[in-house]
Design a binder for this molecule. Structure first.
Ligand code: NAG
Ligand code: NAG
Ligand code: NAG
Length: 398
């Protein structure tokens, strides 16, 4: 049995065709109340939002319309961030229905240390602002003074439906709601991925590295070890394949883990505690597993039984935790559903292959036993048998 190349190839193919950063211009068909017209528009990469604007170089002002789908009990927000990227320092304009069900527009600077929305002025002059709600679409209109007459600006947008004291408060901290930031070039009409999406790109890299290593290669390595040694001719090839598979999985996995640490340290304000803690536990257990290989007693040593038990318990724990953490990662990154489906398909195929091989192995073992072979029966935990050795040249099944 060779390592099936298909799942890996499929995943890499999907990656190369990654649609995660693409966006079409769906904004051009938008129309506005009071016959407002704008010179440029751009469809933003997440939250199904469009931004329309007209830049006036003579007085360094810009008229904008930010539009997003929303229910009547929700809010939308759009901001320039003159001092950084993302939410920290965003000079934000919010639109929502107030308690009298009247569309209301308020401005509020937002910082990470003080994310509470107040009705207060922004760091740049706002000449006018307003909003409307038509057919489950909310729109913010504003005319603002461009800080420093800069025509390349960082902007942030948001939508949610939670309130506190009658003002917007809080939003989901996963997926599109934390990817809604970009750099906007007012002159060229492009909202480029630059600011926010290099981070999204790194998150995708983190996801793929970890899904492939911890989520696919490691279970494959376990399948190789458990089922290949039934074939006498595959001894000791299975052992070297197992070690090669797990070691390459470990190397790629540590790279993926490193990207996770970097993402965690760059992520001000939001920590995904469970995902992080499981990641750290995984790294520790897998490292232990690699070093335990060096401490492996000889196959006829009396402690070898305990080493085998230990090796299996840690190995299966790593696989279970890996799969759990990959699904936690999917929830955080919230990519297109097909990625999650692709991973589910791969892991289910591996599970199916394991079940078939398990049945087949038992068949072979029982047959050999019946025919009076010297093979020992399949013990509960594969390989726990005291005399069986990894890489040993015995003709044993277990
Ligand atoms: C703003 O910058 C543009 C060029 O980027 C320039 O033509 C214009 O005169 C500037 N306007 C003000 C008010 O400084
Ligand atoms: C800025 O200049 C444009 C014309 O270039 C004008 O239509 C607009 O009213 C001015 N905006 C402000 C706020 O003065
Ligand atoms: C915000 O404050 C201004 C005056 O500073 C007031 O006119 C306006 O009604 C307030 N808006 C809300 C929603 O409280």
């Amino acid at each position: 049995m060779a390592i099936p190349p298909t799942p890996l190839a499929v995943l890499l193919l999907l990656l190369s065709l990654s649609p995660l950063c693409s966006s079409q211009k769906a904004c051009t068909s938008d129309t506005f109340s009071q016959n407002r017209l704008f010179a440029f528009c751009d469809s933003l990469p997440v939250l199904s939002s469009n931004l329309h604007w007209t830049y006036h170089p003579t007085n360094a002002t810009v008229d904008v319309a930010y539009r997003a789908p929303q229910t009547s009990d929700g809010w939308i927000a759009w901001a320039l961030n003159p001092t950084g990227t993302g939410m920290d320092g965003a000079q934000t304009i919010f639109a929502f229905h107030n308690s009298n069900n009247v569309m209301t527009t308020v401005s509020s600077p937002i910082t990470l240390s003080n994310p509470v929305v107040k009705n207060s002025s922004l760091s740049y002059k706002v000449y006018s602002m307003g909003s409307d709600f038509v057919n489950n679409v909310m729109t913010i209109y504003a005319t603002i003074q461009l800080p420093g007459n800069k025509t390349r600006v960082n902007h942030v947008w948001q939508a949610s439906n939670t309130f506190s004291n009658g003002l917007p408060a809080g939003h989901p901290t996963t997926g599109p709601n934390v990817q809604s930031t970009a750099t906007l070039d007012l002159l060229s009409g492009q909202s480029s991925a630059a600011a926010g999406n290099s981070r999204l790109h790194r998150k995708n890299t983190h996801g793929v590295l970890n899904a492939v290593s911890w989520g696919i290669l490691m279970p494959m390595g376990a399948i190789i070890a458990r089922y290949m040694r039934v074939f006498k001719s595959a001894d000791p090839a299975w052992f070297y394949l197992h070690v090669a598979c797990q070691c390459s999985a470990y190397i790629v996995g540590v790279a993926g883990w490193g990207t996770g640490l970097k993402l965690g340290s760059d992520s001000k304000g939001i920590t995904y505690h469970k995902h992080r803690d499981i990641g750290i536990a995984l790294f520790s257990l897998a490292t232990l597993q690699v070093f335990a290989l060096l401490l492996r007693p000889k196959k006829d040593h009396k402690y070898r039984l305990y080493w085998n038990i230990y090796h299996h318990v840690i190995g299966y724990t790593v696989i279970v935790l890996s799969v759990i953490n990959i699904f936690k990662g999917f929830d955080i990154l919230d990519p297109d559903q097909k990625w999650k489906h692709a991973y589910i398909a791969i892991i289910a195929s591996l599970g199916g292959i394991a079940v078939i091989l398990e049945i087949f192995t038992w068949g072979v073992v029982l047959k050999r036993k019946k025919s009076g072979g010297s093979d020992k029966p399949h013990s509960g935990i594969n390989g726990v048998n005291g005399t069986n050795g990894y890489g040993g040249r015995q003709h044993q099944v277990v």
